[in-house]
Design a protein around this ligand. Sequence first.
Ligand SMILES: O=P(O)(O)O[C@H]1O[C@H](CO)[C@@H](O)[C@H]1O
Ligand SMILES: O=c1cc[nH]c(=O)[nH]1
Length: 285
Amino acid sequence: MSRQIPESELILNADGSIYHLNLKPEHLASLVFTVGDPDRVAKVSRYFDQIDFKGQKREFVTHTGRVRGKRVTVMSTGMGTDNVEILMTELDSLVNVDLKTHTVKPLQKSLDIIRLGTSGSMQKDLPVGSLLASEKAVGIDTLMQFYPVLEENQDWASLVQKTLNLTFLPYQASASPELLQKLPASIYRGVTLTAPGFYAPQGREIRLKPKLENMLEDLAKLEIAGLKLTNFEMETAGYYAMGKLLGHRMLSLNAIVANRPSGEFDKDAEKNVDRMIRDALNLFC
Ligand SMILES: O=P(O)(O)O[C@H]1O[C@H](CO)[C@@H](O)[C@H]1O
Ligand SMILES: O=c1cc[nH]c(=O)[nH]1
């Protein structure tokens, strides 16, 4: 018999739903699209043939329905890997923990989780309007200081640590090869830098000067085995690392809305995010 998880660790709401996501196991499909912006959920589910469930708590908005007969969930996470940790743990609990007995189920189920997010390009030749799949992601947040070591090459993590002179070791993890191989060659592949913020942690300056000078330039010229860092965002490494540890198949797709070297922001960002949504539904449903 596996450990009985205390009520203060696996927390359920009065109706039996899981604490932050406010979902019961029957509300979740095994294919899950995630978005940062709660308003983007309806922009995905408007393409469903039917919507069977809608729920919300805090920034976690969920719609579950069907596309061409396939059951699919779309949910929002808000921004940052701290929210991703909650999302991944609670999604995993919905499928792999018996919520009545508070024990881990003997057979583990794997979800397909695909992020549909926005991102900023670090390379001049990756223009706004592009769609990029994160082959790998490097997290410069501290989430993974609290979880078991990832059994994966950490070459990018070490290089980024050295370059930025960080006092902690970043972490890196990869997309699911099975999900990646469903993508056409027209979609860029890249190495994504997941930052714990939007401004100084991505080398932006408004009124406060970032402590790390030339962060963007220094990161953009790094190279391992002919690959460069391609884009900044705020969730992917957390998804890939938690997915690897929990046994779920992960993929992060990025609509490039900013080009940092040229200083450009995509005037057609909404249109290009919509294109990413339609492409992803066509590819995976
Ligand atoms: O568009 P989303 O999915 O929120 O993703 C990106 O946009 C937000 C910052 O503007 C961060 O969450 C970043 O990861
Ligand atoms: O530059 C960008 C654009 C979107 N999201 C980010 O985190 N960074």
